[in-house]
Design a protein around this ligand. Structure first.
Ligand code: AMP
Ligand code: ZN
Length: 114
């Protein structure tokens, strides 16, 4: 997707602080962190949102959760706990139309969200 911000990050056309990368996913620091730890994990395949996940492309979503498990241990937030967030669509607060999972941690998070 030529005009997608996160595809540009994947293609290194826009700089980011990458924490993990393999052939299917990339994890990088959120530029506007909402917690001491705020990482985004995204598939390299352009999937717009949770609405577009199906049997044909969902393997990478499982892989993303395995990568998240590895990252939270490396970052030392696994024991205290953290939050994985996927915003979908306008009411969900999605601002970038390339599916992404936020990892938020390093402080007590509130519930319910706004
Ligand atoms: P969402 O609101 O769920 O779509 O999340 C999009 C996230 O992308 C926000 O938390 C932004 O701070 C983050 N973001 C936007 N541009 C960049 C960028 N260039 N590098 C890293 N994170 C970004
Ligand atoms: Zn994209």
């Amino acid at each position: 997707m030529s005009n997608c911000l996160f595809c540009k990050i994947i293609n290194k056309e826009i700089p980011s602080e990458i924490l993990y990368e393999d052939d299917r996913v990339i994890a990088f620091k959120d530029v506007n962190p909402q917690a001491p730890v705020h990482i985004l994990v995204i598939p390299k395949e352009h999937i717009e949102s949770a609405n577009d996940v199906d049997e044909g492309n969902s393997d990478v979503i499982g892989h993303i959760f395995a990568v998240i498990n590895r990252l939270v241990k490396e970052l030392g937030i696994d024991k205290d706990g953290y939050r994985i967030v996927n915003n979908c669509g306008e009411f969900g607060g999605q601002t970038v139309s390339h599916i992404h999972f936020h990892i938020l941690g390093g402080r007590q998070l509130l519930w319910p969200p706004g």
